[in-house]
Design a protein around this ligand. Structure first.
Ligand SMILES: NC(=O)c1ccc[n+]([C@@H]2O[C@H](COP(=O)([O-])OP(=O)(O)OC[C@H]3O[C@@H](n4cnc5c(N)ncnc54)[C@H](OP(=O)(O)O)[C@@H]3O)[C@@H](O)[C@H]2O)c1
Length: 243
């Protein structure tokens, strides 16, 4: 009988997910590494024998469902894949951009949950990567922030409803992590951390069944404190960030 623990990580071809795949593989897990880029997944798999590729566009429900036949029972399902695009001009709202971000960051999670949640073992873990952007409205984040606020709500609701199934749910709220996603940002990113550091914190948080994993702490506590301000004050501060 195979006692090796198993984890499926989406968005493992790059950034935080890639670092997580290597971290879990080094800890002895059989890692199913999800992504759309076969080249990046193959390069990752060459780095550790415990990593297997799961080529799948999570916005394609048929592809997600079809992948089930190749997967084992899972100790951990870590839904980390995501995209970020900012709205340049709210007055001329880009509905297609909004749809892309909401589809990748919210609708696709629903597809993954329907297909893969039944694979998670009793006493297993589900983790969803949201963002500290979900704590309060940030300039130009109409699409990204809304998608991550939805992801947080979804994770928190699941942690209530999956308690009876003995599945522990963690919601992950990173601050800025240096990845291809943030390399595109044209603004300063305070307390920027590395994907390796992020992976270490997430690994420990899931291991300890934390409901919420947030980091770097100074940054995320600051955002949490700011989110308690009366909205008119925050509106004044936030609108100055872009002017
Ligand atoms: N970096 C940060 O500062 C930060 C902060 C807060 C939250 N986050 C969140 O952390 C997660 C990982 O972000 P990251 O910074 O590591 O970004 P990244 O380096 O751009 O990685 C994103 C990953 O998601 C995958 N992905 C995107 N769309 C997909 C789709 N339709 N189907 C399958 N896979 C898809 C990508 O795979 P392919 O390229 O192979 O398609 C890639 O592996 C995201 O949910 C992000 O919102 C990041």
């Amino acid at each position: 009988m195979n006692n090796q623990p198993s984890i499926l990580i989406t968005g493992a071809s790059s950034g935080i997910g890639r670092a997580l795949a290597l971290h879990y593989a080094s800890a002895g897990y059989q890692v199913w590494a999800g992504g759309r880029s076969i080249e990046k997944l193959q390069q990752l798999c060459e780095l550790h024998p415990n990593i297997l590729p799961l080529l799948c566009d999570i916005t394609n429900f048929n592809a997600v469902k079809a992948s089930v036949s190749q997967l084992p029972a899972l100790d951990i399902l870590l839904l980390n894949a995501g995209t970020c695009e900012y709205i340049d001009d709210a007055k001329h709202f880009d509905g297609a951009l909004f749809e892309r971000v909401i589809t990748a960051n919210v609708i696709a999670i629903g597809y993954c949950l329907e297909a893969w949640l039944p694979l998670v073992k009793q006493s297993g873990n589900l983790a969803i990567t949201s963002s500290s952007a979900s704590f309060l409205p940030l300039p130009r984040a109409e699409a990204y922030g809304a998608s991550k606020a939805a992801a947080t709500y979804l994770a928190r609701t699941l942690s209530i409803d999956l308690k009876k199934d003995n599945i522990h749910v963690s919601v992950i709220h990173p601050g800025f992590v240096k990845t291809p996603l943030t390399d595109k940002n044209d603004f300063s990113m305070p307390f920027l951390t590395t994907p390796e550091k992020a992976a270490d914190i997430i690994f420990k948080g899931i291991n300890n069944n934390k409901n919420e994993i947030h980091f770097p702490r100074v940054f995320t506590w600051l955002l949490k404190a700011l989110s308690l301000l009366p909205f008119f004050l925050w509106q004044k501060i936030a609108s100055r960030m872009t002017s």
